[in-house]
Design a protein around this ligand. Sequence first.
Ligand code: SAH
Length: 344
Amino acid sequence: MDIKSLYLDELIEEMKSINQPAFRAKQIYEWMHTKLVSSYDEMTNISKDLRSELSKTYPLTALQVVDKYVSKSDGTIKYLCALNDKRVIESVLMKYHHGYSVCISSQVGCMMGCTFCASTIGGKERDLTASEMLDQVYRIQELSGERVSNVVVMGTGEPLDNYDNLIRFIRILTDDKGINISARNITVSTCGIPDKIRSLADEGLAITLALSLHAPNNEIRKKLMPVARQYELWEVMDAFSYYYDKTGRRLTFEYSLAEGINDEEDHARELSKLLRGYNCHVNLIPINPIEERKYVKSNSKKIQNFKNILEKNRINVTIRREMGSDINAACGQLRKSYLKLGDN
Ligand code: SAH
């Protein structure tokens, strides 16, 4: 039983089963999700005997930070955290003018196979539990001493391939009896799985959804993302429209630019056509080259030109600042270099 992944009403039921009153469950929930403690010993309003009983029946675990890298250029901090089974994940703390944002992983590795991404090279090892996702936020807030206001699920893994744990994570994260992060300040990024996007739309959560688009048509998208062989682009765009209709949340499209692949003027014009009529925002990201792949980052002039064409077509667009590029900021690169060290 993973006690930190339980909703409050489930925890109340669980405590009932060991003859504990509802208020005990509320106390424990508060210690875990508001005070962010990592052990029963810290729950000082609970008797020692009960604490010891609880720790046997419901082991309370917390991520262990095994390494930390601070960017000299912008203060971005990358954390490498060990899970109970000794597997390692990475999470990032970024400082923006509007506050602190944590980027979390949703799986150990990934099975989606995007050809430019470091996280998918070794495949998926396993899904993360809701508590392992929560703990990335909790531990980083505790260690940094900074109040985290935004959470982006853009680290390693495909969140919609770990759907049930993702929903549990979001509901506990936004609970006003917990750390109480506003749903509006949460972004989930997906490679685009239509039926899961529709289910998410039906959950009634006001989170922002981002699609890793990376191409103006399915032909190019297929070369970059194997998932595009499974679903046609129109199916994904249809599901995105459904998400907008249901939630009213402006859509985000991520577009990583790789030289000679998807960064030509024609691509920008085709993308403008594709996105016409959507209430959306495009994030242009210079592709972050990884050593295992041949992709080259588009130069800044080309990216600016790409942006200008989108703007001429009245599409909201920004070029994403590259945070912490001096500390292997691209998806999963740090974890990979860490694992490699271990192999030697
Ligand atoms: N699986 C999810 C979230 C994880 S990846 C998704 O596909 O959206 C977060 C974002 O980083 C995605 O847009 C992904 O395509 C992008 N990304 C991964 N590796 C990258 C790289 N080397 N350079 C630029 N963007 C990359």
